[in-house]
Design a binder for this molecule. Structure first.
Ligand SMILES: Cc1cc2nc3c(=O)[nH]c(=O)nc-3n(C[C@H](O)[C@H](O)[C@H](O)COP(=O)(O)O)c2cc1C
Length: 411
């Protein structure tokens, strides 16, 4: 399913190179793939190859993670929809059957509580060995999907059963496993509109009034919403963040453009998350030519308020869930509750800015999510991807309390 996240575990088999093809074909279908490898798999294909293809770090050792904000096998397990071993060595199958956890992939296996798929690959004598067959039966009885190896030429030159199933058949099997997981797609059928990034208000063609927002928080919300099954439109100010899969991105520069796009797309949205850091002010009279340096040391510019996009969205509301963001430098909760009431939003995600690990220009965040029914959830400190999931959970819970959790169009 587009937006799903697959853990691809590669083990020590000659067929390891075929996992590259599986990874690519999953990406073609909009699936995000993270790779974990056994140490022996690295003798066949370098982790660097999988890192380059997947765009993510590849973990081999539980102690390799450079950013262990949270225990990596727990984090990777929580952030993934399925655990797939391609190719699966006889050794790794045995470890799975016994519950051994002596390296990163096998520890990840035990930490993961979703659907598991195994595509074995080995020589015919190994595949037909009773020990291997018993282990495979054990996994099957546990509900693990086994992609049956085929009969054909093997790495040794022999001919027989044990050859990894064709990569496209493995991909189809993985897609089937993903489709079977509706509980992990609670936003299926819903339209989510997200804004992200700063806006730039020009004084002249080369000078702007803006802020340090990177857009990462809004992008993380858009990505998480796709993963949870939503159709997502992202209206983005200027950012350097990589474009997420399966998200319709509309690029804007200034507050007025953001206003027009948000209002145009809000009509169809069930949920609107206004994560953009829209500039509060803009020059009253921008000039079309580059300004010459002034003779003196100072220069005065008259600025005016930019449109209040959140307020205009509120006026459209209906059953649409409207989520605002509040960046405060002190009195976080009280000021955000006041903003929630004043703006008439359903939820406010409040974060403290100006303290090292939160807010603008950092990978992590810590927020308080307040809703108009009095709900109050704290999330973080955590990666923005985790915070995004907490925000969407809070939105779903809020809609459930109002009895509008099921996919339906706002009035
Ligand atoms: C050249 C070569 C090819 C191998 N191919 C396979 C294979 O296809 N399947 C398999 O189960 N083991 C194969 N092995 C043996 C495994 O690599 C070995 O059992 C290893 O301990 C598996 O480690 P892992 O499960 O941690 O990746 C091969 C070994 C070598 C040297």
């Amino acid at each position: 399913m587009p937006g799903s996240r697959v853990l691809l575990v590669v083990t020590g088999s000659v067929a390891a190179y075929k996992a590259c093809e599986v990874l690519r074909r999953l990406q073609d279908r909009g699936v995000e793939v993270r790779v974990a490898m056994t140490k022996n798999a690295g003798k066949f294909v370098s982790p660097l190859t999988f890192a380059a293809l997947s765009g993510h770090r590849v973990l081999v050792n539980s102690f390799d993670d450079e950013r262990p904000e949270r225990i990596p096998h727990v984090r990777w397990a929580e952030e993934s929809d399925t655990f797939c071993v391609v190719p699966a060595s006889a050794d790794f199958i045995a470890k799975m059957a016994l519950g051994i956890a002596d390296d990163f992939p096998s520890t990840l296996h035990l930490a993961f509580d979703g659907p598991v798929l195994v595509a074995p690959a080995m020589e015919d004598q190994m595949w037909q060995h009773p020990a291997v067959q018993e282990n495979v039966d054990k996994l099957r009885a546990r509900g693990v999907a086994i992609v049956q190896p085929t009969i054909g030429p093997l790495a040794s030159g022999r001919h027989g059963p044990g050859r990894l199933a064709e990569p496209l058949n493995v991909v189809d099997a993985i897609m089937e496993v993903l489709i079977m997981e509706p509980a992990k797609r609670p936003l299926a059928g819903m339209q989510v509109l997200v804004s992200a990034g700063p806006t730039r208000e020009h004084f002249d063609p080369v000078r702007v009034l803006t802020n340090p927002s990177t857009g990462r928080m809004g992008y993380a919300v858009a990505e998480a919403a796709v993963r949870l099954g939503a159709d997502v439109v992202l209206v983005s100010g200027p950012t350097q963040v990589a474009e997420p899969f399966e998200v319709e991105i509309i690029r804007v520069t200034n507050a007025e453009e953001m206003r027009c796009e948000m209002l145009a797309h809000a009509a169809l949205a069930d949920v609107v998350v206004m994560a953009a850091a829209v500039s509060d002010f803009r020059p009253v009279a921008p000039v079309p030519e580059k300004l010459k340096k002034a003779a003196g040391d100072t220069m005065s510019w008259k600025v005016e308020r930019t449109p209040d996009i959140l307020e205009e969205l509120r006026q459209l509301r209906g059953n649409r869930t409207l989520v605002g963001f509040a960046a405060e430098t002190s009195n976080l909760e009280a000021r955000s509750r006041e903003k929630l009431d004043r703006k008439g939003c359903d939820l406010i995600v409040a974060n403290l800015v100006g303290t090292g690990g939160t807010g603008f220009e950092v990978e992590t965040n810590e927020v308080v999510i307040l809703d108009r029914l009095g709900g109050n959830v704290t999330a973080g400190p955590a990666l923005k991807a985790d915070i995004a999931t907490s925000i969407l959970d809070a939105i779903l819970e809020f809609r459930q309390r109002l009895g509008i959790a099921s996919p339906e169009k706002a009035g």
